[in-house]
Design a protein. Sequence first.
Lengths: 582, 365
Amino acid sequence: MATDTAAPQIDVAPPRGWRTWFTQENIITTIVGLIVAVAVIVPLVALVINSFLVLDDLGFDTEWGLQNYRDIFHGHVIRKALVNTAIISTGCTILATLLGVSLAWINARTNCPFREQLEPFNLIPFFLSPFVGAIAWHNLASPKVGLINNMAKTAFGIDFPLFNVNNLWGVIWVTGIFFAPLVYLFVVGSLRRMDPSLEDSARTTGAGLFRTTMTITLPLVTPAILSGAIIVFVTTAGEFGVPFKLSAPFGWETLTTQIFTKAVGDDANHYLGAAMSMVVGVVTAFFIWIQHRIIAPRSYTTVTGKGFRPNLIDLGRWRWLAFAYNLSYVCVAVFLPIICLFFVSLHKIWSGRIIWSELTFWNYQKVLFFWWPESIQAATNGIINSFILAFGGASIAMVVAIIVSYMIHRTKGFGARLLDFLSVIPIGFPGIVLAMGVLVTYIRTPIYATLWILLLGYITRFFPYGQRNISSIMMAVSEELDQSSRMAGASWLTTLRRITIPLLKPGIFAGWILLFVIFLRELSISIILYSAGTETLSVGVYYLSNFENEPMTSALSIAQTVALLICIVIFRKVAGKEALTA
Amino acid sequence: MSFVEISKLVKSFGPEVAVAGVDLSVEQGEFVTLLGPSGCGKTTTLRCIAGLEHPDSGDIQIEGDYVTSVTNEIFLTPEERNLGMVFQSYAVWPHMTVFDNVAYGLRIRRETRAAIKEKTTKALDLVGLGHLAERYATKLSGGQRQRVALARAIVYNPKVVLFDEPLSNLDAKLREHMRIELTRLQHDVGITSIYVTHDQTEALVMSDRVVVMDKGVIQQIGDPESIYAEPTNAFVANFIGVANLMEGKLLGHDGELTDLEIPLGDGSAPIRLKATGAEGAPVGAKIILSIRPEDILLHLEKPAEAMNLFEGEVIDTVYLGNFLDCQVRVGPHEVGVQIDHFEELDTGQKVYLSFTPDHGLCLTE
């Protein structure tokens, strides 16, 4: 449309004075943004720098060089650890994906009996400590003290050990069953929320059940499967507890157990440890980058916002087989390990057999009664410290998460994009890698050897988990709800307090409990950053396993597991069934 | 025997009865619409025809063969019925190109490569998407997805095409456009269609016959004109278009016409009117008088002679561009009147209303 009238003259406003920048919103978000940036970036930069410092033969001076990396790729021990890490991660990813996808399909899409009762149990391993799982499976299936092996011997006279988990297969087995819920969560969400008419239209077009599943359903959940598989691969590559317990003592070292050896102990070499962390970190960060940039954007938005009843497939008689399969998973991942640990914890000495006449709660006194002079300090310290860290860490991390989510979703510009990026980075680096960075950064500061360094490590590594919880709600809540409050005359802080945070409440609480659980069982950061007096629960378990005996280890493991199980019940009450599904 | 024959169809979800005994026949090449408010059972009926729901009882026959028969324990799976279906959410597969989406049904039917190419291209041209064949479905607009879904449903020449509110996710302009296009296409291809909608305009414009449903039961079946002009009960009268409904008493029959009175309460004398309908009803029966707003005449002065004259008081007028929508209080009733001549009307003003007997329809419950 042409018009003859000239464009009206617009008075260009003079540039606003710098004073107008100082609003509540700008000050608070900038401070938090800067803290997050420093907390995330500095340890990684320190890690890079330290990895190029080479310790001389006397162990006093350092010089710049690539010798650390040469040691990794040429040194026999470390190269073998690298290969082992690759084998374990690959094996675990395959196992966890097969388990996760099949269980998700059974639960979301079939008429498998009792699936609603089984579903919460499928998720329990997600909340428990894989390290404790490894301890349990050590006591179930190691050649000498394995309960299953000894039962087989007694019952059927089998002379040789039936199972042996003290090798790479054992590590793959335990990590596989413990990380299967990661894949499960990705896939079950995708399967449940898929618009059923996508499949219905294949059926009306003439495709049978099998063909529909293969050509429509599976391709549509493939991005979810790949995402889950990558997360599992990365998590396994950074997993410390399981290989440390099961395979490292028998000569199967991994990069994480090697990093641990280089971070603590007599031949500690932080620089070599930093270089090894770099190798792990580069690989995991690369995979997470692929997941974020390539796979996640390709996941099909098959949701149209309506409440769907997903199509259920009638398995006929096979449904009992599906039920048996799911039940077996729950048994090997949840029931067997916990029951075994419980029995082990009731003995003074564990010989691989239950001796009914000698059961005692003695070990629980030793590890739980912190007021008792004969209790074991490392364990009782661990309990107290872990609860302090979990409570404080979850609370601070959620505050950070809320402000970071706010900046990402409610502000524009460089700060928002930077924080979006910064809150993905910690996910790309396993706890042990980030902890190495934190260690080399703060080792010469006063916070070293205090709980503060652990707190810093925990929050830096895990605040993105809380942030995701908040972000998903914040995206669903209209920005106009905030803006109406400002229009009504409320300040930014008042709006945050009276409108934004109340709307986010369910997400905040769910995120808080999730972080509480993660911190309560945390091992791979703690193991690098703890020192005498600042042990955590999992470090206590590690200590008992290394310097005391299996029954005492099991007692503390059971205590930790019970605490975690209580959290799961609360989590489900608060967050509802669908809270975790990706 | 009709082309599609549904008899005594019942389907409940738990305690909730969605379809409560539906009988319906559809002729070959016919375009039949199931119309009703949400929850009336229209979609469930359609999904039973598709084989996506197992009915609790009843039979469905297509071309004389049972596809569902609860008594005979026959149930053909959806893929065995050779139907086409267009879903409300389009359900275009996002992991395939437009071509692959449309060709899917042909590939399942093991057509030759050349035939697949030819038929798919023809179907895409028919819906005007020939130039987008290689594009992924995620890159399409809502209207384009709708066309893909349509091409996909008709490409293998199914016996019946089922439409489940296919236009309800489109914006008003596009909906109108697609409505015209769908009607044209249906006429060109001549395929038997069963169409579900809650939009009365869609139903009236597109269909050969309209089936009005409510609470799982068919309320009326008829061509669009008769559904609009001769609703058989108050639900249909009110659901199709706008109708003024007033409760009254039947006084007697006078040839073609029906005498009735509408009580006004408050000690006022009831108004006596002549209308049509309610032929079988006995004297004294409770009836509902239905008059469309556009059929009522509004007078500022009392006319010398007019049938069915009664007075009222203007409550409100709304200017709607080509006409004026006027609410008039008549005793306890608010009567909507549509007038196209622009009188100056003040709130509270006394006016006179009248209508010819053939525009007043008496309905029994």
